[in-house]
Design a protein around this ligand. Structure first.
Ligand code: NCD
Length: 314
């Protein structure tokens, strides 16, 4: 993909690291610079972007919306499309995508409530489709911004020891980040979750194929002293389909003990929202300087500005 034009963004596996490091990250750095001096070039001034969100969102939606607006695009949003679009009347996703195509939009950012929804959308779309989360599938732009955050902190990704903590099974963000990290060298992944929430075989197979060292452990205390990056996540309770799994989050929650075990130069990320089910990132720790959750949000804006520019300009 290094030299080819980016069309759809559907899954993390589609990127190669040289494109990420040589094209995307420098472009995001450029966006950061322009925003910091309030001189943003209207690269997307003749473009219009449609945001179709079938599941709730705060950051991803506002981030794409503002990224488009800041670059001069017109942005239309159907939030809660499950209730407020013709989906209620039984319209198929394919027909909705054909409709948005026919209306003259230049790109669609979609958060689908079905795994594979973005790929299905791409199968009938002549304009780029950007996957902003497809149920428990993937969330590639979140993983790119998480990777960018890690890269900016350490100046590299190779060689890092990274703990993916919490609901690894259902978290599309952990899944996408695991796929992305599989492209780097000498990575160690700690998959921290009880059995019921461990990574699914598709990811484990991929990590094996890419010779990524990984270790599955039930508790963060098992690996905290040896982790450069700790990625926390909430319980994805909307994916449990009524299953009654009794787990209070012990072992996947940040505690004082873990904070004292973690190396000084480590970072703690969370894609947000944090929640009370695991209480994985208690409010009282928010100001610890290793916790960089709102830096992630800021980086998300720059990464999405960069992606939109790369997709929509020659
Ligand atoms: C996440 C998502 O929607 O997948 N949030 C995000 O996009 N930053 C994480 C979550 O819902 O837990």
């Amino acid at each position: 993909m290094a030299n080819t034009k980016l069309k759809h963004i559907l899954e993390s596996q589609q990127f190669d690291r040289s494109w990420i490091e040589k094209i995307l990250f420098p472009e995001a750095d450029q966006m950061r610079k322009m925003v910091s001096v309030a001189k943003i070039k209207p690269y997307l001034k003749d473009k219009s972007i449609c945001l179709l969100f079938y599941e709730p969102s705060t950051r991803t939606r506002l981030s794409f919306q503002n990224a488009g607006l800041m670059l001069g695009a017109r942005v239309a949003v159907t939030e809660n499309a499950k209730e407020f679009s013709s989906a209620v009347k039984g319209e198929s996703l394919k027909d909705t995508i054909r409709t948005v195509n026919a209306l003259g939009f230049n790109a669609i950012v979609i958060r689908s409530d079905v795994e594979g929804g973005a790929t299905e959308a791409a199968s009938v779309s002549n304009i780029p489709i950007i996957n902003a989360g497809d149920a428990a599938g993937q969330h590639p732009t979140q993983s790119l911004l998480d990777l960018y955050t890690i890269y900016r902190h350490f100046g590299k990704v190779d060689g890092l020891k990274i703990a993916l903590v919490g609901d690894c099974k259902n978290s599309r963000t952990h899944r996408s980040l695991a796929y992305l990290l599989g492209k780097f060298k000498k990575i160690t992944l700690f998959l921290v979750a009880p059995k019921e929430f461990q990574m699914r075989p598709d990811i484990l197979d991929y990590l094996d194929r890419h010779k990524i060292l990984y270790k599955q452990v039930p508790k963060l205390t098992d690996v905290a002293g040896n982790s450069d990056v700790v990625c926390l996540t909430r319980l994805q309770k909307e994916r449990l389909n009524g299953q009654n799994i009794k787990f209070d989050g012990s072992g996947v929650r940040l505690t004082r003990e873990i904070l004292s075990q973690l190396p000084k130069n480590s970072i703690i990320t969370h894609v947000l929202p944090r929640s009370n089910d695991f209480n994985e990132l208690p409010e009282e720790f928010t100001n610890d300087r290793r916790i960089i959750i709102f830096k992630q949000v800021e980086n998300g804006l720059f990464i999405r500005m960069a992606l939109l520019k790369l997709i929509l300009t020659p």
